[in-house]
Ligand binder design. Structure first.
Ligand SMILES: Nc1ncnc2c1ncn2[C@@H]1O[C@H](COP(=O)(O)OP(=O)(O)OP(=O)(O)O)[C@@H](O)[C@H]1O
Ligand SMILES: [Mg+2]
Length: 220
């Protein structure tokens, strides 16, 4: 299964969610590959900052041929998570084409909801070449105890792309853990952060388990 975290807006949590979801899948027993398709190399920086080996394999593939280049790697992994670059570039297009599922992290603000429509268009362009491609919104950096996440869910609902039920809150633990080359599963300072990633990861796996997505139908 190939999941691409994509949003042409910068700083919405693509890298944060890529690394955390990858760790979640690894903890569930999957052989996980993270592809850092962002020339900024944030995920590779995270790997550099680690003091122990990572719970998954991480490679840099910041070329517009990601969708072809990963073909050779797929055999060795159960899950591939692609951390896509911001902005509309050929690499971004390629990272989308590579995916079975595009997860679009979106922050709960009107500006972000409007900007997300550009990403939806980018995904729709790719659907022309890859009919089975699916996409979902994942709300990130929700401020705890506010209704804005719910308001944003209804605004996003108008775009035809489903909004995942699991939301990720604004939590210092996410930023702090990555700064130390870890995830919240390792720093263990915020059990709610762990629970949120587990919720999001399980919801994504559920989409695949319930044969919502083409790859499983192909295998069946
Ligand atoms: N849920 C969260 N809680 C707190 N901080 C967060 C959360 N999600 C992301 N951040 C912080 O927001 C900043 C941007 O996140 P991140 O680098 O994951 O975004 P990105 O979409 O990958 O950015 P870019 O477009 O530059 O690649 C980082 O400093 C990160 O630590
Ligand atoms: Mg990033």
């Amino acid at each position: 299964m190939i999941i691409t975290l994509q949003n042409q807006k910068g700083g919405v949590g693509k890298t944060t969610l890529s690394l955390h979801l990858a760790h979640y899948f690894a903890l569930r027993g999957a052989r996980v590959l993270v592809v850092d398709a962002d020339p900024q190399g944030s995920a590779r920086d995270w790997l550099q900052a680690r003091e122990t080996s990572a719970p998954f394999t991480l490679v840099g593939l910041d070329r517009p041929t990601v969708h072809r280049d990963i073909e050779n790697l797929l055999r060795d992994y159960d899950m591939v998570v692609i951390d896509a670059p911001p902005r509309v570039t050929d690499i971004a297009r390629s990272a989308i084409l590579a995916a079975d599922l595009v997860v679009i992290p979106v922050q709960p603000s009107p500006l972000d909801v409007w900007a997300a429509q550009d990403t939806v268009r980018l995904v729709n362009d790719a659907v022309v070449y890859k009919e089975a491609l699916k996409s979902v919104f994942a709300i990130n950096r929700e401020i705890v105890n506010t209704a804005i996440g719910r308001d944003v869910s209804s605004a996003l609902a108008e775009s035809q792309v489903p909004v995942l039920a699991s939301h990720i809150s604004q939590r210092v633990a996410f930023a702090e853990s990555l700064a130390h080359g870890q995830t919240v599963f390792e720093t263990k300072t915020d059990t709610k952060a762990v629970a949120e990633i587990e919720g999001l990861g399980a919801e994504l796996l559920g989409l695949f388990d319930h044969h919502v997505f083409e790859p499983f139908r192909r295998q069946a």
